[in-house]
Design a protein around this ligand. Sequence first.
Ligand SMILES: Nc1ncnc2c1ncn2[C@@H]1O[C@H](COP(=O)(O)OP(=O)(O)O)[C@@H](O)[C@H]1O
Ligand SMILES: [Mg+2]
Length: 241
Amino acid sequence: MSDNVLKVENLNVWYGKPGLFGASQRVHILHDVSFELKRGEILGLVGESGCGKSTLARTILGIEKDKTGTIEHKTFRPQMVFQNPYGSLNPYKKIGWIIEEPLRVLRKHSKQERRQKALDLLDRVGLPASYANRYPDELSGGQRQRVAIAAALIQQPELIFLDEPVSALDVTVQDQILRLLLDVKKQYNLSYLFISHDLNVIYQICDRVMVMKKGEIVESGDIETVYNHPQHPYTQQLLTE
Ligand SMILES: Nc1ncnc2c1ncn2[C@@H]1O[C@H](COP(=O)(O)OP(=O)(O)O)[C@@H](O)[C@H]1O
Ligand SMILES: [Mg+2]
């Protein structure tokens, strides 16, 4: 593993569909996916909708279990930030409660400590302390994504999976969130697996990129090389679209 935070080898993943008479039909989604993510790196995963990007993240997090291959991560508590934070932020809870929740589960901190950490993180992601008392639907899409980032950071992860984190946002808000992600990455010494179907967004933030087509990594390399000299016809096609 050396300087890797994540190493995936020959990963295959299936989804099961219940078939006739109780027989199960398995659909092969990921095909022999192998890659390494180095400490401090932002690794992009790009490919069209439905190719298996989210499935890869979910499998590494242990959510999808019908798989073969190996997944090693030295890092503990990898966190996930989704495209639509409104879906992942409990609409009935206030922002402060949501950010504190992982600590509440750990039971290691007093109520005051939890609140203080949540307020520090709100400040860190650029939101006023008063937002601790607001509900998710009182926030804009960009502000909700800031909350989702704070909620991920409170667990002190080393690795964060960002699944289309700016895809639902306007371009100016996208830029602000990407800048925030770069800032907190530096401050907390993080590594990211950054998933997007948007090649421009990937280019703005990633050091390296993997191109996925129908569950297979068809090309990978440092971002400048892949974008300037794409080798695979599918990458060439994506870049000219
Ligand atoms: N829970 C599931 N059960 C069955 N099929 C699924 C499930 N989730 C996703 N799929 C299918 O797996 C494929 C990959 O999906 P996904 O990983 O979400 O793609 P992406 O994130 O690249 O858009 C798609 O064909 C999708 O329809
Ligand atoms: Mg997806």
